[in-house]
Design a protein around this ligand. Structure first.
Ligand SMILES: *Cc1c(COP(=O)(O)O)cnc(C)c1O
Length: 390
C-alpha cells in the first residue's frame, strides 16, 4: 500500500504504462479473440491473470485498470472482479462461497433483489437463509449455527439506513471461521474501506457512485488474498465478465468519485437538516444525522456520507406520498441512484426478523449535484402537497 494521500491515489491507481503505452485513460479494448505467435505462447498464457491477454472474457487493459484501481482503494484487498450489474456481483460472491446444506445469515435490511436471490434460487439449491437484525453487532455470535458458512452485511441498509457494527460482526465471524461479505454500494471504499474493517469480500454496484452518471450497469467484488481464488474460480465457471465500454465509463467516473461524493454529502446534509425541522417529517434516516440507527458506527468507521437517505413521514398515506413525489420539479422518479441528478422514490421496506413500526410512509431521496436551495424549495412545495389531502 502506497503512502500517498487518497486523492492522489484516486487519480493514479490502475494507470500502468505497460498496459496503456502512456495513454492517460485506458482506451477501449473490445476483444474476444487474442492472437498468439505460437502454440507455446498460447499455452504460456494459462492460467489467465490480470496483465496477460488470453481471451476477452478474462480481461483486457481496460478492465485490468479498473480492477486494479478498485483493489487499490481497499487496504488489505488482493483482487477485484467485474460483473455485468451489481445484482450479478452479489450473486457471484454468494455462489463463490456457498454450497448445498450451508446456511447464510443475511441482514434484514438487505437490498430487495438480494433477498429475492436468497429466497428463490439459493433456496432451490439447498442453501438456507436466516435474516438478522442489522443492529445485532457482536450478538451475531448467538445466531451462528453448525451450518452457518457466511454472513452478509449491507451498511447502511436499503431503505432504512441502519449502520452496522461491521468490525464487531467480522471479528466474531473470523473467530468462528465464517466468511463475511458486504454490499458497500452506499459508501464505496472511498468512504468506508470495508476489507480493512475485517470483511472478506466487498461488493459494489458500480452502477451507482463509481459510474456516477446514470449511464452504466456494472458490479464488482473485491476480495482478500484468502478469498480471491474462490471468487475468481466462481466468476470463471459462471462466465461472468463486463463489457469494455462499461468498464471504461466506470473508470472515467471513478477519477472524480472523491469530489462528487464530497458535494453529494454537502448538499444531502443541507437538505436532510432542513427536512428534519419540517412538521410533516417524523424522522430523517441519514447515517450522518443522530436520528439514524447506528449513527455512532458511522461516526467511528466512515470518512463521510453519500447523498442517499430516507425520510419517514408524519401521518399521511401512500396517496399523500404520491402527490408529494409526482409534483417534484427537480427530483426524478426512477430506480437506481448515485448519478449527478436528484431522485425521489417511495420506500416500502420488507422485513422478516425485525419489526418496523413507522409513523407514516417512507420516501427515499437521492441528493444530486444541483443547487441545494432549489432542491429545498422543491421539497417545501412537495411537503405542502403532502398535507393537501387532509
Ligand atoms: C442498486 C443496488 C444493487 C444492484 O445494482 P445493479 O447494478 O442495479 O444490479 C445492489 N445493492 C445495492 C445496495 C443497490 O443499491
Amino acid at each position: 500500500m502506497s503512502a500517498d494521500k487518497p486523492d492522489t491515489r484516486l487519480v493514479e491507481l490502475g494507470r500502468r504504462k505497460e498496459w496503456t503505452s502512456g495513454v492517460v485513460n485506458p482506451p477501449l479494448y473490445r476483444a474476444s479473440t487474442i492472437l498468439f505467435d505460437s502454440i507455446a505462447d498460447m499455452e504460456a498464457a494459462e492460467p489467465p491473470t490480470d496483465g496477460r491477454l488470453q481471451y476477452g472474457r478474462n480481461g483486457t487493459p481496460t478492465t485490468w485498470a479498473l480492477c486494479e484501481a478498485l483493489t487499490g482503494l481497499e487496504p488489505g484487498a488482493a483482487m477485484t472482479r467485474l460483473y455485468p450489474s451489481g445484482a450479478a456481483a452479489v450473486a457471484g460472491a454468494l455462489l463463490a462461497l456457498l454450497s448445498a446444506g450451508d446456511e447464510l445469515l443475511m441482514v434484514d435490511s438487505a437490498y430487495g433483489p438480494t433477498r429475492a436471490l436468497c429466497n428463490t434460487l439459493l433456496k432451490r439449491m439447498g442453501i438456507a437463509t436466516r435474516y438478522y437484525d442489522p443492529m445485532v453487532g457482536a450478538g451475531i455470535a448467538d445466531l451462528i449455527g453448525e451450518r452457518t458458512r457466511a454472513i452478509f452485511l449491507e451498511s447502511p441498509g436499503t431503505h432504512t439506513f441502519e449502520v452496522q457494527d461491521v468490525p464487531a460482526i467480522c471479528a466474531v465471524a473470523r473467530d468462528r471461521g465464517i466468511a463475511t461479505l458486504i454490499d458497500n454500494t452506499w459508501a464505496t471504499p472511498w468512504l468506508f474501506p470495508a476489507i480493512a474493517a475485517g470483511v472478506d469480500m466487498s461488493i459494489l454496484a458500480c452502477t451507482k457512485y463509481i459510474g456516477g452518471h446514470a449511464d452504466v450497469m456494472l458490479g464488482t467484488v473485491t476480495a482478500t488474498a484468502e478469498f480471491a481464488p474462490r471468487l475468481d474460480q466462481a466468476r470463471r465457471m459462471l462466465g461472468q465478465t463486463a463489457g469494455a465500454d462499461d468498464a471504461w465509463l466506470a473508470l472515467r467516473g471513478l477519477r472524480t468519485l472523491g469530489i462528487r461524493l464530497q458535494r453529494h454529502e454537502e448538499n444531502a446534509l443541507r437538505v436532510a437538516r432542513w427536512l428534519d425541522e419540517q412538521p410533516q417529517v417524523a424522522r430523517v434516516l441519514y447515517p450522518a444525522l443522530e436520528s439514524c440507527p447506528g449513527h455512532e458506527y458511522w461516526v467511528r468507521d466512515f470518512k463521510g456520507a453519500s447523498g442517499l437517505f430516507a425520510i419517514v413521514m408524519k401521518g399521511g398515506d401512500k396517496a399523500d406520498r404520491a402527490r408529494m413525489i409526482d409534483g417534484l420539479r427537480h427530483f426524478g422518479i426512477g430506480y437506481s441512484w448515485g448519478g449527478f441528478e436528484s431522485l425521489a422514490v417511495p420506500a416500502d421496506p420488507t422485513r422478516t426478523a425485525t419489526t418496523t413500526d413507522w409513523e407514516g410512509p417512507l420516501v427515499r431521496l437521492h441528493i444530486g449535484l444541483e443547487d441545494p436551495d432549489d432542491l429545498i424549495a422543491d421539497l417545501a412545495a412537495g411537503l405542502d402537497r403532502y398535507r393537501a389531502g387532509e
